[in-house]
Design a protein around this ligand. Structure first.
Ligand SMILES: [Zn+2]
Length: 75
């Protein structure tokens, strides 16, 4: 899903941290002298991928634990 700039509705490149405010390159530069306040949409996507990856790994460990337990239980 492509994020749109909240001002001109062009494709967004930047986002304010911890908000849902997206900006295209031009509007970001017009509105923010300090682009450190912003993260790029690409950075955000990478962070999300990283979080997702960690969650999946945790889940996998849990599944392994549970299936080991199941195997060990005598019936
Ligand atoms: Zn814009």
């Amino acid at each position: 899903m492509v994020k749109k700039c909240i001002i001109c509705h062009e494709e967004a490149v930047y986002k304010i941290k911890d908000t849902l405010n997206y900006y295209c390159d031009e509007c970001a530069k017009d509105n923010f002298s300090d682009l450190d306040l912003l993260i790029t949409v690409e950075e955000e996507a990478q962070q999300l991928r990283q979080i997702l990856k960690e969650k999946l790994e945790e889940l996998e460990k849990d599944v392994n634990k549970v299936s080991k337990k199941c195997l060990q239980q005598p019936d």
